[in-house]
Structures are given as structure tokens and as C-alpha cells.
Write a protein that binds this ligand. Sequence first.
Ligand SMILES: Cc1ncc(C[n+]2csc(CCOP(=O)(O)OP(=O)(O)O)c2C)c(N)n1
Ligand SMILES: [Mg+2]
Length: 356
Amino acid sequence: MDRDTLHRFLYDMLLARAFEERAAEEYANGNIAGFLHLYPGEEAVAVGVIHAAEPSDYLVTTYREHVHALVRGIPPRPIMAELFGRCDGICKGMGGSMHLFDRERRFMGGYAIVGETFPVATGIGYSIALRQLPEAVICFFGDGAVNQGTFHEALNMAALWKLPVLFVCENNHYQIGTEIHRHSAVVDVHKRACAYNIPAEKFDGMDVINVYEATRHALARIRAGNGPQLLEFETYRFRGHSMADSGSYRPRSEVKAYAERDPLKTVINEAEFGYPTSEQITAAGPDVISRLVDHPSAIDHFDARHVEQIKQEVANIVDDAAQFASQSPQPTIDDAWASLYGNRQHETLMEDAQHG
Ligand SMILES: Cc1ncc(C[n+]2csc(CCOP(=O)(O)OP(=O)(O)O)c2C)c(N)n1
Ligand SMILES: [Mg+2]
């Protein structure tokens, strides 16, 4: 792991946490309406996966997607303005928190319906395969989506046609207040993929380096023409399901245990103390050896001062985004009508077809 990459992970994770905590504050102040699903605790998944992807790869995500949008490169200002429902939002304030979308950056949404990402991603995968492009599509979904029919239909077709789709389960162990063992006969999400002959593995989703490496390998297999892959990342959300949920159904001891494993602590630790001793390398199991031996090649490491600098920088960026959002105009009823009746002739698709 080189220093620049580690710096980007650290920066993006600190920005993600600051952005989401500010969104919570703005919601409490009445500046954001509707549902708001936040990502603290899960940052290592979006950051690790999206950094392993190429900018030409498509992303399809759920309603818990602000961080995915940030990591893909949508600036904080239009994301925050979208959460505020304002004209300068990435979707002109018509989508809101759950429906971020940016065609240019191949960020194909934010979907509110559980299981909705599967057919969308599979369709994009079909389009890539048809044109024989070296691209892939990454389909994020929660552990609660695997009993939807769309999961099975999409996995079947993606496998049958060897589509370049990476299915990524963000397993935070809860579907609102329900745990998977209460609604699923099979509780290991990745094991379900074998029904469709899709290679699948489970990894620790609290460690960004782990997530990044796993995703890089899976994407390499896809680009080599091996068809879809599925990765399950075990993670945890530190907040409730949405701002309307306190999360009180979770035992305090469980929340505390996961807080100890905060992915931000892990990445800061990696960045500050990324030099294992030779004894540590010898003592490490075979699966972590490659990760450990990479570290001594780093020229320099970060210290607490660097981390504080980044924290200050991201705090300013988030302040600026909130300020920008609050000053952006509210859409009018005419804007709403224009959006409702826009794209009726499938202009977006036609433009894409013209550009090959
Ligand atoms: C088809 C459908 N059924 C029910 C809901 C209500 N709902 C919203 S989120 C959610 C739980 C989803 O949990 P999971 O997939 O694990 O994602 P997480 O919120 O944990 O990220 C449910 C049932 C919905 N949005 N869509
Ligand atoms: Mg879940």
C-alpha cells in the first residue's frame, strides 16, 4: 500500500464521517426533510470498493449512498444541496437523499426500493457486454435485499450471460430492526451465490485495505471475462436505520464492541503505525502476509498532526457545503413539472446511443 493511496483512504473516510454527521445535524435543525439514512461505521466499504474501481465502471447503490457519491467524485456542495432539496443539488433538488444520480460520473443512482439495484445493474452489465467494453458495474445492496425476487433473477441472468457485474453486499447485520436469522433460512449472504455458480467470498468490511484488495481481485476476475462475482463485507452502522430510528433494538454491548472496531480508528492506525516489525510479519497468518509486507515499502508514514490537519480540512469543506446548500434557491412548482415531464422521449438513452 503506497502512501498516496493510504492518504486518499484516510481523507475520504474522514470526509465521509464529517459529511454524514453534519447531515444528521442539518436534519435535526429542519433543513433536510423526508428520510435520511446515514453511513457512519460503514465507510471502509464504499471507500475501499470505489477506489478499487476505474472511473469508467458504473455504480448502482441503495438509499444509503451519500458516501458512495462523495467517493465517486461528486463534490460535497451539490450532494448537500440535494439533501436540502435545493436547485443546486446534483438532481436539482428533485431526488433528495435517496436518489443521488450523476450520469457523467457513471453514478447510476441511489434507489429507495430494497432489491431495486439488481435489475438496474444487470441491465447496465448487459449493455457493457453487448458492446464488448472493458468496463464493469458495481451493484451495492444490503443484507436485507437477498430475499427479494430481483436478487435471484438478476444473479441468474448475470451468471448465464457472464455479465461484468460485481455484486457487493454491505452486511451491517440489520434490516431496519430485524436481523437476518429472523427472515432467512441461509444467513451467510455470500453462500447464496453458489446457486448461480457465481464465485463469492466474505471479508471484514471494517478494514478499508482489506476491502480494497478484495475488490481489486474480484474486478480483475471480471475483466478477465469470468463473469459476475459477489463480495460480502461485514460491517456495522453506528446510527439507527434512518434518522427516524434510534436503533434501540440493538444490545449496548454489541454497539460498543463494533465501536471499538471503528473503521476510522483502523485506517488511522494503519496510516500512523503502518510499519510492522519482522516478528509481526512472521507471526501474521498467510492471508495477511501480503498486506503487511507491503508496508515497509512506504517512504513515510502519517502522524497525529497529519490526521488533525485532514480533520480540519474536511470540517471546512463540510461547513462550506452546508452554507452553499442553505443559500441555494428552493425549486419552484414549474421546476417540478419540468422534471416530471422531462426525458419522456428517452432523450438520455438516445444521447448515450449517439456517443456509442
Ligand atoms: C421492496 C421494499 N420493501 C420494504 C422497504 C422498506 N425498507 C426500507 S430499508 C429496509 C431494510 C433494508 O435493509 P438492508 O437491505 O440490510 O439495508 P440497510 O438499510 O441495512 O443498509 C426496508 C425493509 C423498501 N424500501 N422496499
Ligand atoms: Mg442491512
